[in-house]
Ligand binder design. Structure first.
Ligand code: 1HE
Length: 269
């Protein structure tokens, strides 16, 4: 059962094409411009930033999904007006701020994908920590054919998922990946039957919400940085963050519960 929470800091977001509600400890964020296939207008990008920068304290994980038949059709092309180079830089940087608020916020974010996940929509999905696709999902970067380039952090995030060669191919040739191939190449981590991605994403987010907050924080903020450090720096950063995590009272009580036979074992899947 969903309960709607109108957080004062989220008011502007709500009037700009975002729907927001809490389900237990999960913030459920819906792109809500179905008539425009959830195309990301400047207002919607700002709204995303506001939502993820101001999640209620009780949120321990988040899910983002799209209303209608598609997750997101990318940049709202009707707003693509003549911009000089400086304005273009600021526009792209506004996307960076918003999608950084998703990726580097307070809680892990699970994207529930269906239909078109294209252009800026794929950039948004790439800023999330887990991507769950249903069978109807398809992935493309039509920027190449529109005569533009990714501007929402896609050239940083997407090659980390699928490699530079595959992203180059998508943009040069307009290649579209279906849901099965999207999972095969690493665009998504989960593939579920059509209509089931939101349910699966919510299950995962509820589970994530039960983790020790410091572990989730380390996974969001330390792991990606460690992975980009030279190995000797990475080992030191890893040692520091793991020692901080294991010193927390929450870690002590969880390990104690396992040793006393009171916590779940790892089960063969
Ligand atoms: C839009 C947009 C949009 C739909 N901006 N209005 N993204 C693209 O190049 C993808 C463009 N969109 C599509 O290819 C298709 O619309 C979809 C495959 C996503 C969906 O197809 P469909 O048949 O369900 O819908 P439709 O009939 O194409 O669109 C319905 C309406 O949404 C229609 O408006 P209407 O007033 O005629 O009803 C479309 O014009 C509108 N619409 N997509 C504006 N993207 C930070 S840089 C990021 C750079 C990019 O993202 S470039 C890639 C842009």
């Amino acid at each position: 059962m969903m309960t709607q929470i109108i957080h004062p800091l989220l008011q502007r977001a709500l009037s700009n094409g975002i729907h927001f509600e809490m389900q237990e400890a999960v913030a459920v964020v819906r792109l809500s411009r179905p008539l425009k296939r959830n195309a990301l207008s400047d207002g919607l990008v700002e709204a995303l930033r506001d939502v993820f920068q101001n999640l209620p304290e009780e949120a321990k994980a988040a899910v983002i999904y799209g209303e209608g038949n598609h997750f997101c059709a990318g940049l709202d092309l009707s707003e693509l007006k003549e911009r000089d180079a400086g304005q273009g830089v600021f526009h792209s940087r506004s996307w960076h701020l918003a999608l950084d608020a998703v990726q580097l916020g307070r809680v892990p974010v699970v994207a529930a994908l269906h239909g078109a996940v294209v252009g800026g929509g794929l950039e948004l999905a790439s800023a999330c920590h887990i991507r769950v696709a249903d069978d109807s999902s398809f992935f493309a970067l039509p920027e190449g054919t529109r005569g533009i380039f990714v501007g929402g952090g896609g050239s940083v995030r997407i090659p980390k998922l699928i490699g530079v060669a595959r992203m180059t191919d998508m943009m040069l040739t307009g290649r579209v990946y279906n849901a099965v191939d999207g999972e095969r190449i690493g665009l998504t981590q989960y593939l579920v039957p059509e209509g089931k991605s939101l349910e699966k994403a919510l299950d995962l987010a509820k589970r994530i919400a039960t983790n020790a907050p410091l572990t989730n924080y380390a996974l969001m903020h330390a792991l990606p940085r460690i992975a980009e450090q030279p190995a000797d720096h990475g080992y030191l950063t890893e040692a520091l963050i793991s020692s901080i995590a294991q010193a927390a009272p929450e870690a002590k009580s969880r390990v104690k519960a396992f040793l006393e036979g009171k916590a779940d074992k790892v089960q063969k899947s």
